[in-house]
Design a protein. Structure first.
Length: 400
């Protein structure tokens, strides 16, 4: 479907006006930065209502098929709406795993029944999703997962546990990787993939308190939990390949996400503004040549990351290693966020040691953001694992 520039211009004005008019007021309590920090009912309800409002207005899932609850429009319209959400810094979309990982996966390879059952609830935030991949003893070694799923008539019986289950205590469904067999030529052959209901007897998500004092992560225990056999996606033993496809959505290497922002992160412009207010040696921090040099480097890196998706669409700029840009996105952005927040704390001098307390600069949001940034360098594969993936799958280096 071809789109005329004037249509996009008109839509851009429409969506800008809608978000300006409908931006929710400050709730009177601390909002999380991402879905990984949602640990209170009032935070959850506020963000769920906001996602539903954006969806009902037509600005979420715009490129997903109409028959499943989307709008069936060209991706360009969703891109405009998402950029406007980021520009106006409205709250993020709560159902991040559903919108960006589970939903695209189901649309990509799910059955017609699965698409009809799950997609609209993902968009409306009626059905919140979580992820059951990592385990306490097998974090980045996903292929060694030991959570067991045994077929028993019309059910699978699940035993074991998963960890870092973001939104686990609120989710209705989990994308679950479990072992259905110990036979086969390798450890990957016995893994299967489930779209598992969370509200089943024997499934118990226990919230984990983070360094920031917030919750959001859980360890989810399965004690003879029964889930319907039709929760299996694909066939038994196909779980590894489906999980790898899921991770390409999670890392942004494969498109098809519903749109909407996934975080209310502080960005490089916030750091620049902080530098203008900060003092070093009795003078404005921006007058310190070393700080200026480091700040400019961070600004260049942030701008580079922002232009990467556009660069990937120009063959002459992505010829040598065409998969390098999408495969490196998660690593580049998460590590930049961590270093950017670390720099922001350095700008504060001794005040950087304060957390969310009286006297902390900007209410301690930089300290909180710095601690939270580490979750981005771990979830979805640690930065070390990401470097290995780039070396092996993009550059073709040997595993040894």
């Amino acid at each position: 479907m071809s789109v005329q520039p004037q249509e996009l211009d008109e839509f851009s004005r429409e969506v800008s006006a809608w978000f300006a008019e409908n931006r929710p007021p400050e709730p009177g309590f601390l909002l999380p930065e991402t879905f990984m920090e949602v640990g209170e009912d009032r935070q959850f309800e506020f963000l769920r209502d906001w996602q539903n409002k954006v969806y009902e207005a037509g600005y979420l899932g715009m490129a997903w098929p109409e028959e499943y609850g989307g709008r069936g429009m060209p991706q360009a319209f969703q891109d405009i709406a998402t950029r406007e959400m980021a520009r106006q810094r409205v709250p993020f979309m709560l159902n991040t795993i559903g919108l960006n990982w589970a939903g695209p996966l189901i649309l990509n390879m799910g059955t017609e029944q699965e698409k009809q059952k799950y997609i609209k609830g993902i968009l409306s935030a009626e059905d919140i999703w979580c992820q059951g991949f990592s385990e306490p003893d097998h974090g980045s070694d996903l292929g060694s997962a030991q959570c067991r799923a045994v077929r028993d008539g019309d059910d699978y019986v699940i035993n074991g546990s998963k960890i870092w289950t973001s939104l686990g205590s609120y989710a209705r469904y989990m994308i679950l990787l479990a072992r259905t067999s110990t036979d086969g030529p390798n450890k990957y052959a016995g893994l299967s993939y489930f779209l598992a209901p969370m509200h089943s007897p024997g499934i118990d998500p226990k919230p984990i308190k983070k360094l920031t004092g917030e919750y959001g992560f859980c360890q989810t225990f399965f004690d003879n939990a029964r889930i319907p056999a039709d929760s299996l996606m694909g066939k038994e033993g196909e779980g590894w390949n489906i999980a790898m496809l899921t991770l390409t959505f999670e890392r942004g290497a494969t498109g098809g996400q519903a749109g909407g922002i996934a975080a209310m992160d502080l960005n490089i412009n916030d750091v620049v503004e902080l530098a203008r207010r900060s003092v070093r040696g009795g003078r404005p921090a921006l007058e310190d040549p070393l700080l200026r040099d480091e700040l400019v480097s961070l600004m260049l890196e942030a701008r580079n990351n922002a232009l990467m998706s556009a660069r990937a669409r120009v063959p002459a700029l992505a010829t040598d290693w065409p998969t390098a840009i999408p495969m490196s996105g998660k690593l580049r952005n998460s590590e930049l966020k961590r270093r950017m927040c670390q720099f922001a704390l350095a700008l504060q001098g001794a005040n950087g040691a304060r957390f969310v307390s009286a006297g902390a600069i900007d209410g301690g949001k930089w300290q909180r953001s710095y601690f939270n940034a580490f979750s981005g360098t771990i979830g979805g594969g640690t930065s070390q694992i990401q470097h290995n993936i780039l070396g092996e799958r993009v550059l073709g280096l040997p595993k040894g």
